[in-house]
Design a binder for this molecule. Sequence first.
Ligand code: AMP
Length: 190
Amino acid sequence: MINIVLFGKPGAGKGTQAEFLKEKYNLTHLSTGDIFRFNIKNDTDLGKLAKTYMDKGDLVPDEVTIQMLQSEVDKNPQSAGFLFDGFPRTLAQADALDQFLASKGQSITATVALEADDNILVARLLERGKTSGRPDDQDEEKIRNRYDEYNQKTAQLMDYYKAQGKFHAVDGIGTIAEVTERLTAVFDTF
Ligand code: AMP
């Protein structure tokens, strides 16, 4: 069983690449952003709560996010492995994930970060916002706030996984196919 965390700032291409990687490596793809958006669409209590944070570009509180992620993992007991996309985003989430996996006799195999320059990403997100319908993609201030959240809370996770020898970085600039090729070269070593 392999469990991979895909890191990257908003717009770095995590979702696009995860679609390919989950098929190639037979992984269950869990995107916390997608799960929150599904809940918003279905007007659940979780969706209503998450929306108040997401619309501003703030992170949803750890307790809520961790519980949701754990229940999604538990819904897939037959899975050959997980591709975590957008989770963990804080040290508390990373700790909770380690403990949760350990309770199942599992662990994180590796983390892979898709790296890209902020200015390129902001332009990409504003472009995506024209068609995605996501309020958090349509306003440069909200987008910048998402980067601030990333820099303040998520960036430190790289060191957390580096210290465990589980961190890999991949250049996220290029065509989708080029980036896929770089990711595949790294995933093939796991
Ligand atoms: P994403 O689709 O990954 O860009 O996530 C969209 C939004 O969902 C984020 O800006 C947060 O508001 C929320 N979100 C997604 N994943 C997490 C997480 N692991 N922790 C807290 N908030 C999250």
